[in-house]
Design a protein around this ligand. Structure first.
Ligand code: G1P
Ligand code: ZN
Length: 544
């Protein structure tokens, strides 16, 4: 193999955030930009000589080009095998599944998740370790440090273009490249977890569903799993042809961006069940007929009904949720006598807990749910979990949720996002609240007593690593919470996320609109943060 030690100069701002490195496509297309990052990854992950690397992405614009570069660099750096999804496609959970199943050293996943795709939109790359999960902070910090000092990268002298369209094995010098089916390993895993015959029977009955892949990666997976294996009707899958610009859409499965699906489930001909997944297939939104299930409730309900699913029939080890996620899951954990962990935002914090078998189910309010079957959140898995519950219980989504509230109480919940605000203004907002910590303590706000306020900090119970400044929490004595946090995934300015939660045990008061139920807390949030004043905005960009 003829290897080129291509000299290069470091780029500003190659700092991987909670979900890897995300930048505009044009930034990634600068000569040496992707290469620098990939080399920095390779230089930071330890000895992989003779090992396997998994590569694939959500199929967005620049996916295929990036994969060819990575293959040429993997060969030059000494990997002995690259497993790459056909056409360069691997959903994030499928990549996690493949890394684990094939005992790979790690994987490079090309995606900017739900961010729009296309020549003028976003691209992203992240490294997952051998357990199939996102690299922990000590690795991402090392990668970042390397990107600041890198002076050369290794790549094959004469570039090899692998035909990604055919399932085949080829050889580049000492390294083999296996183009594998993007779906089959993952589909097999799903079949081993869920009661496929029961779901198949449900879908063969008069039950109707609508799954929206939002023109992103899960289209390929839904066709095989929902349609071919489970018999979902043709018209129950929408936007299932993956496109490299996601059809110009913003494939984020929430009430704002999955509008087409939301309109369908709130129409006169609404199906019994609606679901959507995001760009790279790790997020999910669950809907019933004229009914929205918040992701926080979804996690709690899955936990409460886990025994309906074959893979979890003997019970679960514990539950973990990200700090801003509502405490609905905590109530289920308490009732089941399980531990419940509160981690910072981002899936990587769940990995250690799952590896140590402390938790089985995890979730985030940001439409992410998953279990220890992989080390990523998993959109289609959540859809199958709900279908499995629906098949076993034979009740509507709304009935299952309202019964859950009756039993455990309802955690009213909402997230208000202020996207693309100037970074200075966002920092001002956060500092303004911090400055009031002392006076807020014990005071009355929104008709409730403030118990405590702080900057959330987390000590990993397994490796004792500490993550601080993970969001500002204002905790009330009655269980209500107001949380302010700056997003770590945006690509433009800063995004302020305001998370609101209140608890309602009274069954007669559980049918309010969430925004109405949270009105006092919303008002109080503005009064203490001056968010709208500092950012010059009069309303959030997205409310979920
Ligand atoms: C967002 C979500 C977070 C999720 C991450 C990756 O991060 O809020 O829960 O883990 O995307 O999908 P944020 O932009 O808030 O940092
Ligand atoms: Zn995603």
């Amino acid at each position: 193999m003829n290897i080129n030690n291509q000299s290069t100069t470091a780029f500003e701002g190659q700092k991987p955030g909670t979900s890897g490195l995300r930048k505009k496509v044009k930034v990634f297309q600068q000569p040496g930009y992707l290469e620098n990052f990939v080399q920095s990854v390779f230089d930071s992950i330890g000895d992989f000589q003779g090992q396997t690397l998994v590569v694939g992405g959500d199929g967005r614009y620049f996916n295929a080009e990036a994969i060819q570069i990575i293959i040429n660099m993997a060969a030059a750096n000494g990997f002995s095998r690259v497993l790459v999804g056909q056409d360069g496609i691997l959903s994030t959970p499928a990549a996690s599944c493949i890394i684990r199943k094939h005992h790979a050293f790690g994987g490079l996943i090309l995606s900017a998740s739900h961010n729009p795709a296309g020549p003028d939109e976003d691209f992203g790359i992240k490294y997952n370790i051998g357990n199939g999960g996102p690299a922990p902070e000590k690795i991402t910090d090392a990668i970042y440090a390397k990107t600041q000092t890198i002076s050369s990268y290794k790549i094959l002298k004469s570039s090899v273009q692998v035909d990604l369209s055919k399932i085949a094995i080829s050889q580049i010098g000492a390294m083999s490249v296996e183009v594998i089916d993007s779906v089959s390993d993952y589909a097999e895993l799903m079949q081993s977890l869920f009661d496929f015959p029961a779901i198949r029977a449900l879908l063969a009955s008069d039950f109707r569903m609508c799954f929206d892949a939002m023109h992103a990666v899960t289209g390929s997976y839904a066709k095989v799993i929902l349609q071919d294996m489970l018999g979902a009707a043709d018209d129950s899958l929408i936007n299932c042809i993956p496109l490299e610009d996601f059809g110009g859409g913003h494939p984020d499965p929430n009430l704002t961006y999955a509008k087409e699906l939301v309109d369908i489930v709130y129409s006169n001909h609404a199906p019994d069940f609606g679901a959507a997944s995001d760009g790279d297939g790790d997020r999910n939104m669950i809907l019933g007929k004229h009914f929205f299930v918040t992701p926080s409730d979804s996690l709690a309900i899955m936990a409460a009904n886990a025994k309906a699913v074959p893979a979890y029939k003997d019970g679960i080890a514990g539950i973990a949720r990200s700090m801003p996620t509502s405490s609905a899951a905590d109530r289920v954990a308490k009732a089941l006598g399980l531990d419940c962990y509160e981690t910072p935002t981002g899936w990587k914090f769940f990995g250690n807990l799952m590896d140590a078998n402390k938790v089985t189910l995890c979730g985030e309010e940001s439409f992410g749910t998953g279990s220890n079957h992989v080390r990523e959140k998993d959109g289609l898995w959540a859809v199958l979990f709900w279908l499995n519950i629906l098949a076993v219980r034979g009740e509507s989504v709304e009935h299952i949720v309202t019964e859950h509230w009756k039993e455990f109480g309802r955690n009213y919940y909402s997230r208000h996002d202020y996207e693309a605000v100037p970074t200075d203004a966002a920092n001002q907002v956060m500092q303004h609240i911090r400055d009031q910590f002392e006076s807020l303590q014990g005071s009355m706000l929104a008709g409730r007593k403030v118990q405590t306020c702080d900057d959330f900090s987390y000590t990993d119970p397994i490796d004792q690593s500490v993550s601080s400044n993970q969001g500002i929490r204002i905790l009330f004595e009655d269980g209500s919470r107001i949380i302010f946090r700056l997003s770590g995934t945006g690509t433009e300015g800063a995004t302020i996320r305001l998370y609101l939660e209140s608890f309602e045990p009274d069954t007669n008061k559980q049918n309010m609109d969430a925004q109405d139920a949270l009105a006092e807390l919303i008002e109080a949030s503005e009064s203490i943060s001056k968010l709208q004043h500092f950012t010059n905005r009069d309303k959030p960009t997205v409310i979920t």
